[in-house]
Each structure stands twice: as structure tokens, then as C-alpha cells.
Design a protein. Structure first.
Length: 270
């Protein structure tokens, strides 16, 4: 880990850090309940934690799909979670104009995988001074992500995280190449494994992305064994009825057991 993320490094436990939460902010009550549950678990297990929730979903297959409850309303919910629970928060941004707006409410700005080469977006995020988490495009090699890191740093911001979310494998599947994790770590930034989006099955004829959530633990175990600095896991108390990405989210009731197993792997490789 590097200095700007020292607060996310538990020197006593030596644990990885966790970005987790619902795919989208669906409402205040459910977001607060999810945050409280995860924080109870991560405090118990001594896992540094960042709450994740998208204030708006701009990339949806169908025009009728859920996109959000309103930008300011969702951002204020993220702000409240950060303030009341004392944890950092992360959300996606999609256009340059959103960077400053979102930065007023959250601690980490996330660049979606499809947008990781958008120079103006990366620079706008960097110029806020917030931590910038860039998700690796499904269409890019791990080595190509050094250019995203350079764009952020050349804009005067050294606070960069890279997140792997798998590689396109045909039209309707993804596959994870774990060689990419140490390769991206060689750029001098923390590297996270997105254990949920890497299991998506996109481009379904229904217009709703599928997934294989039963393999989340498998992806996470391999990532920790390889030495990932952090994990990204979308989780929900009722994935079947979640308003976004329910097909590849971890049921919230399974999170503690999953993390407990991952800690054992982490301890074994230290």
C-alpha cells in the first residue's frame, strides 16, 4: 500500500481492504441498513472498509432500466453514510462535469470500466484531489492501465487505485487473468479485484445482464492468494429484487462467512 491509503491498512490484522455495498443507491433506509451490516462485519474482522454505492447508473442495456433516485438525493445518502458511520465512500462518475459535483459528497471517485480511457474524465476526477479508482476495461490488457495511472498523476493527483473486473470472453462472458494483478501493482498503486462484475454475463437477449454469483467466493479466494490489496464486492439483502445488477451480487447474509475464509487465506500467505 502507499501513503494515501495507509488509513485503509490494518497493521494489526494485515488484512486486505474492502469496497462493498449495493450496486445502486435505491433509497436511504436500505442503503443505511446495508452500510450498518457491513460495518458491523468489517469492524469485527478488522477489515478496512469503503462503502460503495452508485448515485446514478448511466450504463444500462435497456432504456427502461433503473438509473437512480435522483443525483443529489443519492449523493446526500452517501454523504450521510460517510458522516454517521465514519467510513470513506465511493461512487461512479460518467462525465467530466460530474467529478466536482460527486467530489463534494464522497471520498473516492470511481471511473467505470467502459470509460477508463476517457482522458477528460480521468483528468477531471484527478483535479478534485479525491482518490481515483479506475476500473480496468474488459477490452484492455493489464499493462495498458499504466496509461490511466499516468493521466491521473500527470494531472497532479497521486491517489490512484486500479480495479480489475475481468476480460471479455466471447460476447456473453468474462474471464479473469490473475497475472494482471501483480502487473498492475508494478505501477506503484494498490490493486483491487472486483469479484462481482467479473462474473457478469453481458449482452443477454433479455437486455438484462446475467451473472454467476455462486462463484464470487472462488474469484475472491484466488485474488487474495495472488496478493490483491483489496476486494470489491457488491452485496444486497435481496439480490433477486435489487434494482441493478442483482444477477451477480452477493447475498448480504453470506458476506461474513466469505470474508472470514478470505482472511485465513490472507494470513497463510503473509
Amino acid at each position: 500500500m502507499i501513503n494515501y491509503l495507509d488509513k485503509l491498512k490494518n497493521t494489526d490484522s494485515g488484512n486486505f481492504f474492502l469496497m462493498a455495498g449495493p450496486c445502486a443507491i435505491e433509497g436511504e433506509d436500505i442503503a443505511m441498513r446495508i452500510a450498518e451490516k457491513i460495518i458491523t462485519i468489517t469492524d469485527k474482522l478488522q477489515i478496512p472498509y469503503i462503502f460503495k454505492g452508485s448515485y446514478r447508473k448511466a450504463n444500462r442495456s435497456k432504456g427502461s432500466s433503473f438509473t437512480g433516485i435522483g443525483d443529489e438525493k443519492a449523493l446526500r445518502i452517501l454523504e450521510r453514510i460517510g458522516r454517521e458511520f465514519g467510513v470513506p465512500t465511493v461512487t461512479d462518475i460518467h462525465e467530466s462535469a460530474e467529478a466536482a459535483m460527486a467530489a463534494a459528497y464522497v471520498d473516492v471517485l470511481q471511473i467505470p470500466a467502459f470509460l477508463c480511457r476517457q482522458t477528460d474524465l480521468l483528468i477531471a476526477a484527478a483535479e478534485t484531489g479525491k482518490v481515483v479508482n479506475v476500473k480496468k476495461g474488459q477490452f484492455l490488457s493489464a499493462g495498458s492501465m499504466k496509461f490511466a495511472v499516468e493521466k491521473v498523476k500527470e494531472a497532479g493527483n497521486n491517489k490512484v487505485i486500479l480495479t480489475d473486473r475481468g476480460n471479455t470472453f466471447g460476447y456473453q462472458d468474462l474471464i479473469v487473468d490473475y497475472r494482471g494483478l501483480p502487473e498492475m501493482q508494478s505501477f506503484g498503486v494498490p490493486v483491487v479485484m472486483d469479484c462481482t462484475h467479473s462474473l457478469q454475463q453481458p449482452n443477454q437477449s433479455s437486455g438484462v445482464t446475467g451473472g454467476k454469483p455462486e462463484l464470487i467466493s472462488t474469484i475472491a479466494k484466488a485474488a487474495i492468494a495472488v496478493g490483491a490489496d483489496g476486494l470489491f464486492i457488491e452485496t444486497h439483502p435481496d439480490p433477486a429484487n435489487a434494482k441493478s445488477d442483482g444477477a451477480n451480487m452477493l447475498h448480504l447474509d453470506l458476506l461474513e462467512e466469505t470474508l472470514t475464509k478470505l482472511i485465513r487465506i490472507r494470513q497463510a500467505i503473509l
